[in-house]
Design a protein. Structure first.
Length: 255
């Protein structure tokens, strides 16, 4: 009887032991599961990386489009200023330097077409402000004072009296100050005035024999209306300066 029980116990132990095939199969399935898991992770990472790369490419493209639109705006402002500066109504550098008070009516008539800019400023050869006029933002009393202060630092730089460009100002168009014009060249600067992205455009006025030429500067804000127009053309929604509130958008039911 005990022999039979021992025999059965032995059979049971043998059945509980994994066979060679079971061990082999287990050894294959475990690495295979690891490989599948790693493959899934790689696919997810690749998808995320691809999406991130696509976002980066789209962002860079939008940045280039926006930069090109702002440069185009600067080119328009520079061309407009040059056309006015070289018009038949222009006042000579000698009159600006020697008799600016007497020439005020002529200067006013000459620069009247620049009313589509926020501010127009005329500096004589010494860097003194001899004429200023408000344009499309004439109701903004604080703009004129800030614009004059910023323009004076730019004039100092363009005259070569300051080695470094003023803080917060970047050159959008034009080269380095030219010795041929006494440190002056046609230039468009980009800066922030009163939390507005602003173009300051400067051109020299004719030539003088003994002094640098006078400078005509305009200030034009790239305001919300301009940014909205750029955004519409480039299909960039809610384009605005950082810090400005997002405009309310009416959402129609079912839209």
């Amino acid at each position: 009887m005990s022999g039979v029980a021992s025999s059965r116990l032995g059979d049971a132990r043998e059945k509980t032991k994994p066979t060679g095939w079971d061990r082999t199969r287990l050894g294959v399935l475990v690495p295979l599961g690891v490989v599948v898991a790693v493959a899934i992770i790689c696919i997810v990472v690749a998808a995320l990386t691809s999406a991130q790369r696509a976002d980066d490419v789209a962002l860079e493209r939008e940045r280039q489009l926006l930069t090109r639109a702002i440069v185009t705006h600067g080119e328009w402002s520079l061309l407009r200023l040059k056309n006015v500066a070289q018009s038949n109504n222009s006042v000579s550098a000698d009159d600006i330097n020697q008799s600016s008070a007497i020439a005020q009516p002529r200067i006013r008539a000459w620069l009247a077409p620049l009313g589509d800019h926020d501010v127009a400023l005329l500096f004589d050869s010494s860097g003194a402000l001899v004429y200023s006029q408000s344009g499309q933002n004439a109701s903004d009393a604080g703009l004129m004072a800030v614009a004059i202060a910023q323009a004076q630092t730019i004039v100092e730089f363009m005259r070569g009296r300051a080695a470094l460009m003023p803080d917060g100002v970047m050159r959008l168009l034009g080269g380095d100050p030219s010795m041929r014009h006494g440190g002056v060249s046609e230039t468009v600067f980009l800066l922030n005035i009163l939390d507005r992205l602003t173009l300051v455009t400067a051109v020299p006025i004719s030539e003088t024999a003994t002094a640098p030429p006078p400078l005509l500067l305009t200030v034009r804000s790239i305001d919300s209306n301009v940014l909205t127009g750029i955004g519409d053309r480039l299909q960039l929604a809610n384009l605005r300066m950082i810090g400005q509130a997002v405009p309310d958008v009416d959402i129609k039911p079912g839209g």
